[in-house]
Design a protein around this ligand. Structure first.
Ligand code: MEV
Length: 446
């Protein structure tokens, strides 16, 4: 059987599955049955999901979980989270509950500007391009009016276009950096359409405008594309309370509150000093952020790429959060750009993304930025709290226990017995296997 094919995308889904099953699976019958089994029975809904990408042959399921008790700017939320890592939702929920009694989370949006770029080459003198730019800019704005009209009606649109000269680094290379407010939409298609119009219209302007010498008319547009780095689409979330209210921060570890707070703040500072730790620290933040981003149908790659670049803005990769105590007041805050939306794209199409947004009270993009930042902060709080007190494995492996038990085919009774047993024991794969073997051979536990 040939393992390559032309016209795969033109096959029906059934034909695709049959071809894959016949060519790439050790057990074609089981594979085919499994791929088919994960389809939705509702054909109309399945068609919507299939429409998200090319060559969809099945659905890939992840749990749609909820972290309740998030108090954010005085409003209570149950936050939808889609993630495969076992302890993330439990950690977010426990942090939400912890801060519920201490004023909850606070958040503010510091900016909503998104960026796009037209990269081009031009062989003329930089000062000539600078001189031509005001008229060119007026032309670009006017020529994109039809594309920006609806966004302007909603209070957004194109904000500015800057000319940037990179010829000292790359011969003849310039850039337009355009800024946008895309209101409640993530805005990628809007921005890219406007940028492509700029590309065409710049060429038109240079070919036709008066006062341009013939040798200056040639311009070569290389790329028109949004930038995923949006440092001014920024949100800040924080928690704060008096240090005295943190007496129980490390109760499980038997540490006095002030020592736990000191260890916590030091751990966060270490993530600002050392990129190796910062990467793990920020990964913990994105555990929470990505889960909400996925649940609400947003683009988690865009959010991650932007966040990690922001973490490097000083020239070194550092933590996105900060913690300190001043005059007896503990403050822990997270600041990062979150270029997301609550209308358009998958937010309206994915049936569960729609429900997720409904559960959050159909937030504006700015509201969602604040919710997502609060969850990122909660996740970071839970992780660092565990790290500097009990260690991470205790909670993590307790949650992972269920995965191990499922993997080993444990029955409901065996699961209950194992959970009771392992709340006092270190969880490991081999330990759980031995527990089950002993239980099944009737020799008792451990
Ligand atoms: C694990 O997914 C995330 C943590 O490693 C984050 C951290 O170390 O801060 C626990």
């Amino acid at each position: 059987m040939a393992k390559t094919i032309s016209g795969f995308s033109k096959l029906s889904k059934r034909q695709k599955i049959e071809w894959l099953a016949a060519n790439f699976f050790q057990n074609p019958v089981a594979a085919e049955a499994e791929l088919v089994a994960w389809h939705r029975r509702d054909e109309a809904q399945q068609r919507i999901i299939d429409g998200f990408t090319e060559n969809a042959v099945s659905n890939f399921t992840l749990p749609f979980s909820v972290a309740p008790n998030f108090l954010i700017n005085g409003r209570a939320y149950a936050v939808p989270m889609v993630i495969e890592e076992s302890s993330v939702v439990a950690a977010a929920s426990s942090a939400a509950k912890f801060w519920l009694d201490r004023g909850g989370f606070h958040a503010e949006v510091c900016g909503v500007v998104k960026l796009g770029q037209v990269h081009f080459r031009w062989a003329g003198r930089p000062d000539r391009l600078r001189a031509l730019f005001p008229a060119l800019k007026t032309h670009l704005v006017a020529s994109s009016n039809d594309l920006t009209a609806k966004m302007r009606q909603r209070g957004g649109g194109l904000l500015d276009i800057e000319l940037l000269d990179f010829t000292h680094i790359e011969p003849e290379y310039y850039q337009f950096r355009a800024s946008f407010n895309t209101c409640d939409s993530m805005g990628a298609n809007f921005i890219n359409s406007v940028l492509e119009r700029f590309g065409e219209q710049m060429e038109f302007f240079m070919e036709t405008a008066e006062g341009i010498a013939d040798h200056e008319r040639d311009v070569e547009v290389l790329m028109c594309i949004l930038s995923n780095y949006n440092p001014n689409c920024l949100v800040r979330a924080w928690v704060e309370c008096s240090e005295n209210e943190l007496e129980d921060l490390a109760r499980d570890a038997g540490l006095p509150g002030h020592a736990a707070v000191d260890r916590f703040c030091t751990a966060v500072r270490i993530a600002a000093i050392d990129p190796y730790r910062a990467t793990t620290h920020n990964k913990g933040i994105f555990n929470g952020i990505d889960a909400v981003i996925l649940a609400t149908g947003n683009d988690f790659r865009a959010v991650e790429a932007c966040g990690h670049t922001y973490a490097c803005r000083s020239g070194q990769y550092r933590s996105l959060s900060r913690a300190w105590v001043e005059n007896g007041l503990f403050r822990f805050e997270l600041e990062l750009p979150l270029p997301i939306g609550t209308v358009g794209g998958l937010t309206a199409l994915h049936p569960l993304a729609k429900q997720a947004l409904d559960m959050l009270g159909n937030p504006s993009a700015q509201d969602l930025m604040m919710i997502v930042a609060a969850v990122g902060l909660a996740q970071n709080f839970a992780a660092v709290r565990s790290l500097v007190t009990t260690g991470i494995q205790q909670g993590h492996m307790r949650m992972h226990l269920v995965n191990i038990l499922n993997h080993l085919g444990a029955t409901e009774d065996e699961t209950t017995a194992a959970q009771a047993h392992f709340c006092r024991q270190t969880v490991s794969f081999s330990g759980v296997r031995t527990f089950l073997e002993n239980a099944r051979s009737g020799s008792g536990v451990t």
